[in-house]
Write a protein of this length. Structure first.
Length: 322
């Protein structure tokens, strides 16, 4: 394993440790118990995120948090360490995305981008933690890095089982398995739009609580974009929880273009045979559920499905299985 320069004990932690040691010397039994609670509990520094699947070279939004007032001003992204599938430990750089301290729920929090690494790690499983001192670290997060596929539209026929779609959203990542064997033209259309960057920056503009989330065409400012229509490819794939299907006009089965919807619950009775399922959530179904909980208002069509603040699809990529 490559050597890694670890941060020295920060002044606040040094003072905290010294105070604990002094208290321990003065009142052995009570101080030992207090020091143990303070130094060994998980709350000293914790990290958390909204998903487990991320793009190689892309952002990995992480929240660093502490309940210990003495050290909250020393929280920095540069203490995050990522151990990649090659066994190397990479130090995260302090990035422009690192935010100011936020006081929330009894914790001081710093939101930062753990994708700002000293060099690009390979795809595969990885571990992420916050290095508190030379010999102490926070809890670990475990995830998988996926590399963006080259020429995905050309590879659909022979390598379709190796390709996945990765949605990066406000609420975290969703990894999607595709089914070109059941809906070849639909998948081809979707992959082409992804490769063109069509979905980047679009929103989930329709959220029917407990039923579906729909997106792919509307920008945050309300501008609507579209693409060429494709014929309906109904198959035996059911509209099960986690399925993704093409949206279309109610009166025209062949009016699907770029919009899609995720099934929050089973919609088999109302949608099977009428809409084209072309994939299913592989990882990140909890992200789909969080998006489905966005506050909604009654829209122009008298349906209570218009998000107050539409969740954003930051980017969609076709990626390779590691």
């Amino acid at each position: 394993m490559a050597a890694m320069v670890r941060p020295s004990l920060c002044p606040a932690l040094a003072a905290l440790a010294a105070a604990s040691a002094l208290a321990l010397a003065m009142v052995p039994s009570a101080a030992a118990s207090a020091a143990s609670l303070l130094w060994h509990r998980d709350e000293i520094v914790q990290i958390e995120w909204k998903g487990t699947t991320w793009r190689v070279g892309g952002p990995i939004p992480v929240r660093v948090k502490t309940a210990v007032e003495e050290i909250h001003k020393d929280l920095h992204a540069k203490h995050l360490v990522l151990k990649a599938s090659d066994g190397r430990e990479r130090r995260v750089r302090t990035t422009a995305d690192e935010s100011k301290l936020i006081r929330e729920d009894g914790y001081w929090n710093v939101d930062c981008d753990a994708g700002g690494l000293s060099d690009t790690p390979p795809p595969g499983k990885f571990e992420l933690w916050y290095q508190i001192t030379d010999d102490r670290k926070s809890n670990s997060l475990y995830g998988t890095l996926y590399e963006v596929a080259k020429n995905p539209t050309a590879r659909l026929e022979k390598d379709a089982n190796k390709l996945l779609a990765l949605f990066e959203t406000d609420e975290g990542p969703i990894l999607l398995g595709l089914r070109p064997d059941k809906a070849p033209r639909t998948v081809q259309n979707f992959v082409k739009l992804v490769s063109d960057g069509f979905y980047d920056g679009k929103t989930f503009h329709r959220i029917r609580r407990g039923a579906l989330i729909q997106g792919g065409a509307v920008k945050p400012d309300g501008t609507v974009t579209t693409s060429a229509s494709i014929p309906l490819e109904a198959s035996d794939l059911g509209h099960e929880r986690g399925a993704i299907s093409m949206a279309r006009l109610p009166a025209d089965p062949n009016s699907g273009t770029c919009q899609f919807f995720f099934c929050i619950t089973s919609l088999k009775e109302s949608c099977d045979g009428k809409y084209a399922v072309f994939g299913k959530v592989h990882e990140g179904i909890e992200v789909m559920d969080r998006i489905a909980l966005a506050p909604v208002l009654v829209g122009p069509d008298n349906e209570k499905s218009k998000p107050v603040k539409p969740p954003v699809i930051q980017r969609v990529s076709i990626v390779e299985k590691p």
